[in-house]
Write a protein that binds this ligand. Structure first.
Ligand SMILES: C[S@@+](CC[C@H](N)C(=O)[O-])C[C@H]1O[C@@H](n2cnc3c(N)ncnc32)[C@H](O)[C@@H]1O
Length: 568
């Protein structure tokens, strides 16, 4: 990157009304590429950056918004093609200064590494994720991008395609989009937010990214004539909320998109409507903001948290991973649990019957909140393609909701070990179902109340065991009358089941370690010390962090469950 690129970007940012105090913060090179730094002591609450949504680069603000919409190209592919198109327009594009800066400093991702370097990550789940990313990218390019380009030869001429739209160009822009896109709102969905996207990640951040997410999905405004109409219509009990015609919606969207792309001038947007409605004023303040959570000293970096991702997602999405990442996980295949259970019980038919019952019934035991947590698209346990945004583009019917739920369903055959080595609720429940006595299983099967009580007891025991007791006590501390949770001592049957559950858990963890060739010749701590000494950098180093982190989780699990078993 030349310093002229940054200077040109800053001039562009100023022209386009991105707000920052030049005496207070600056963008400069740091240990993670460009970052945002304090030039003087700043206090918590300080609004460091305000980016008007008129300069957000998204599938609806690009000059080819209508073409992408016609072809139903959305999600990361849509945004990547939009960015490639804007880059190909050179100085004609609203975003040329911004894209020039990015183009000359492409982030190095794990998918850029040679197959040989990627092999080094085989002991981590990230290896499979990266191979999948590469395969998906190729398929998306061949099956979506190429046909789209061919459909519009007047825009994507042979020269333009050769210069800007090769597979390598697509891969490079995918890296930018994957590592920079931020959730904006239900209109822009996931988009590039110039300037705010120079804030690097920290697990203990000092700032937060805030924006108004709930906007009109037709025109993107916080309040507008479409929402007014909707409000008006919803007041009428007998009538359904009428959809604006597709034409009307498209024209509103086009009008706004082209306004943003051409001039980004809020005043012009207001003069489009003859009626002087109050919604027009509010639109002006619709920005994407970086606001300090803590005081920041002169010279310190302003950072935010990118999300509670495990390392495999961090590496494939952003090209880095965190040492001792508290959101890291290790996945366990259902097959491993079945194998361990059959090994202990010697009855494959019983194991199969109980697994099937569990899979068919488990949703009834998971409260709605838990379900939201587990399935929430941004909780990290999924591919980083945030395609879900398009669900917000129209009024949802019940059918849509059901379809969306089905689509976002989590993989039933995968369970998780957490950073501290403990297994997730699903695995704990399943193991108890597998090892409970036949009589107990019959009762649980027959009566949901019995089942719920049984599992509640298991979770409470686990919570207390894992030192969550303090948390529970704190939550109750306002109410002195309330009793602290008490556990019934385990009877002989209870102890026998618990022993089997703990033994099976340890076996599953060992099976998982073997499946990825995780060796116990060295400890995870020793591996980390060796990794730090190895003088590696970029995705190769971070791939090593993924491998080491997963080994640490496995070690933690063996220690925790080994201890519980010994104490039984
Ligand atoms: C949204 S951009 C942030 C700005 C970026 N540093 C730049 O030079 O444009 C995200 C990228 O910054 C880098 N990055 C951010 N936080 C990091 C961290 N904590 N450790 C390592 N790299 C980081 C990674 O390359 C990541 O893909």
């Amino acid at each position: 990157m030349s310093s002229q690129d940054l200077t040109a970007f800053l001039a562009w940012a100023e022209e386009n009304e991105i707000l920052w105090d030049k005496d207070a913060i600056e963008i400069r090179e740091g240990k993670h590429g460009l970052g945002v730094y304090a030039k003087k002591n700043l206090e918590a609450g300080f609004e460091a950056i305000q980016v008007p949504k008129s300069v957000v680069l998204s599938v609806v603000s690009t000059g080819i918004a209508n073409l992408l919409e016609d072809e139903d190209i959305e999600g990361y592919v849509g945004l990547t093609v939009a960015c490639m198109y804007e880059l190909s327009r050179g100085s004609e594009s609203l975003w040329s200064a911004y894209l020039n800066l990015l183009n000359n400093r492409r982030p190095l991702m794990a998918s850029d590494l040679s197959a040989e370097s990627r092999e080094l990550m085989k002991m981590s789940e990230v290896h499979g994720d990266i191979e999948t990313d590469l395969k998906d990218m190729r398929e998306d390019y061949d099956n979506i991008v190429v046909p789209f380009l061919e459909k519009h030869p007047e825009i994507f001429t042979a020269d333009v395609k050769a210069q800007f739209f090769s597979f390598e160009d697509f891969k490079a822009m995918t890296a930018q989009v994957s590592s920079r896109a931020m959730d904006v709102d239900n209109y822009h969905v996931s988009a590039l937010v110039p300037f705010a996207d120079f804030v690097n990640h920290n697990s203990e951040p000092n700032s937060d990214y805030l924006t108004h997410e709930d906007v009109c999905d037709i025109c993107g405004a916080i309040t507008c004539e479409h929402l007014d109409e909707e409000d008006q219509d919803s007041e009428d009990d007998d009538e359904e909320v009428p959809d604006l015609s597709a034409e009307e919606a498209a024209s509103a969207q086009k009008k706004r998109a082209s306004k943003k792309a051409e001039d980004g001038d809020e005043e012009d947007i207001e003069t489009d409507d003859e009626n002087d409605e109050d919604w027009e004023d509010e639109e002006i303040n619709d920005t994407c903001d970086i606001i300090l959570d803590d005081d920041v000293k002169k010279g310190e970096e302003i950072t935010r948290h990118y999300g509670p991702f495990p390392n495999k997602i961090f590496l494939s999405k952003y090209g880095f991973a965190e040492i001792d990442n508290e959101n890291d996980t290790v996945t366990v295949q259902l097959e491993m649990i079945k194998k361990a259970a059959v090994g202990i019980l010697g009855d494959a038919a019983l194991v199969e019957e109980r697994v099937q019952w569990f899979l068919e019934t488990e949703d009834q035991f998971i409260g709605e909140d838990d379900e939201d947590d587990e399935d929430s698209c941004c909780s990290g346990e999924h591919d980083h393609d945030h395609e879900h945004g398009h669900e917000h583009k129209h009024e949802k019917t019940e059918e849509d909701e059901a379809e969306a739920l089905e689509k976002e369903d989590f993989p039933r055959d995968i369970m998780y070990m957490m950073h501290d080595g403990t297994v997730d609720d699903r695995m704990l429940m399943l193991l108890n179902v597998l090892f409970m006595e036949g009589e107990q299983f019959a009762k649980v099967k027959d009566d949901m109340e019995v089942a719920t009580e049984y599992f509640n007891d298991i979770f409470l025991r686990r919570a207390l065991e894992e030192d969550f007791a303090d948390e529970i006590a704190e939550a109750d501390s306002d109410d002195e009358e309330e009793e602290k949770p008490q556990l019934k001592p385990l009877d002989e049957t209870g102890r026998k089941i618990r022993k089997l559950v703990l033994e099976a858990t340890l076996q599953v963890i060992r099976l998982r370690a073997d499946a990825f060739g995780v060796s116990d010749k060295t400890t995870a701590e020793e591996d980390l010390a060796a990794l730090k000494k190895a003088n590696l950098s970029g995705p190769v180093f971070y791939g090593g962090v993924c491998v080491q982190g997963e080994k640490q989780i496995i070690e933690n699990g063996l220690r925790v469950y080994g201890k519980f078993l010994a104490e039984l």
